[in-house]
Design a protein around this ligand. Structure first.
Ligand SMILES: [Zn+2]
Length: 384
């Protein structure tokens, strides 16, 4: 199976997000250009990473887009029993970092593209391979800007994140935030003369939890998710030096994971209002107090209607009856919101294996993906 040969090559490129993906893209560009595809690379400012966009078939009309990211999460601190950057085949499974998230799909998309290049396609096939997805869907934005100005936008987009080849119509959005809680230093024997930044942070966390409780009670629900509402969560707190100094700084990393029906900006406005209330109260004691909130990154959720054309189209390719929604974020929300391209998530493997040591995709899943994309080629030959 050609897909496995390609996957073997893709896994060997260590494309952890902070490293360059250009080696991998060189290989992909060569493969595609030899097959006659039109390939564009969109590099980042420093020229160390790039997005790749390719079209197979007619260049004068819109086609179907297969989208995926080339970067993977780190392996440090994980207990791997196989080499992470070498494909290992064992008991019907293919092991290696990125096999399931999501180079398995990329390999299947590439072998499909090579087959498609030898067929008389009426409707073209597009590939979009991005970088820096794992650190907040950052890299793909320049590719999206390019498509905004392109004469044709794809008709449909399939994001090949692992869904066990189920058709997923939705995922939550994410807004990652950082707060600096600023107080005033003092000798702890004179604690009330300072302003304890950790205490401020504790009040702020309490306010975040109250906002979460309110969302649970009165917010919009979407029963298709395991956690059927928007969540607000603090992931990291850091403050203080020693017990006998009143600390002047405590920092928090926190996030909003919003169902697509919720507007995270409204929740963020509530959070800012709560922070203002805390600092106002503290100002009675000292003027040197602030809670400064910054957005690290944000990407939208996806909520494609289950009766949308793209859903019935991809269901007809996989043979699926129903649809699902997934817990993890993808670039799909950006393709949908920024470009109005009807989008679903459908790819081989399970996210239960993603981001973990001994990550794998099963041969069965990869074959199912190849078969699905093979059916896609038949449809592109017939014309959409
Ligand atoms: Zn992924």
């Amino acid at each position: 199976m050609k897909t496995i040969e390609i996957l073997d090559r893709l896994i060997a490129f260590d494309t952890v997000s902070h490293r360059s993906n250009l080696g991998l893209l060189d290989y992909v560009q060569d493969l595609l250009e030899q097959a006659g595809a039109a390939v564009t690379l969109i590099k980042n400012e420093s020229g160390t990473k790039a997005n790749l966009y390719a079209t197979i078939g007619p260049k004068d009309r819109a086609g179907v887009l297969l989208s995926g990211h080339t970067d993977v999460v780190p392996v440090e601190g994980q207990d791997w029993t196989v080499p992470p950057f070498k494909l290992t085949s064992k008991d019907g499974r293919l092991y290696g970092r990125g096999t399931c998230d999501m180079k398995g799909f990329l390999a299947s998309a590439l072998s499909t593209a090579l087959i498609a290049s030898r067929k008389p396609l009426k409707t073209p096939l597009h590939l979009a391979f991005s970088y820096d997805e794992e650190i907040g869907c950052i890299g793909v934005r320049s590719l999206i800007d390019m498509l905004k100005n392109a004469p044709f936008r794809p008709l449909f987009c399939i994001v090949g994140e692992p869904t066990n080849m189920a058709v997923a119509t939705g995922h939550k959005g994410k807004t990652a935030l950082h707060a600096d809680c600023i107080g005033k230093e003092a000798h702890s024997a004179l604690a009330p003369t300072g302003m304890n930044a950790i205490h401020l942070a504790a009040d702020f966390v309490t306010a975040l939890r109250a906002i979460q409780a309110d969302i649970v009670k009165t917010g919009i629900k979407d029963a298709d998710y395991d956690v059927p509402y928007t969540t607000v969560h603090v992931g990291k707190i850091n403050g203080g030096l020693v017990v006998n100094i009143v600390p002047n700084l405590c920092t928090l990393d926190f996030e909003i994971r919003s169902i697509a029906q919720d507007n995270p900006d409204i929740i963020l406005a509530q959070i800012r209002k709560a922070a203002d209330k805390i600092t106002e109260k503290a100002r009675a004691q000292t003027s040197e107090v602030a809670i400064n909130i910054n957005t690290a990154f944000t990407y939208p959720g996806l909520n494609t209607p289950t009766d949308a054309q793209v859903v019935s189209f991809v269901k007809s390719l996989t043979g699926a009856n129903g649809t699902i929604k997934v817990a993890f974020g993808t670039e799909g929300g950006l393709f949908d919101q920024e470009l109005d391209i009807p989008t679903v998530i459908c790819g081989p493997g399970s996210m239960a294996q993603g981001h973990k040591p001994d990550e794998y995709v099963s041969l069965e899943q990869l074959e199912k993906c190849d078969k699905t994309l093979g059916t896609l080629i038949d449809r592109l030959v017939a014309g959409l």
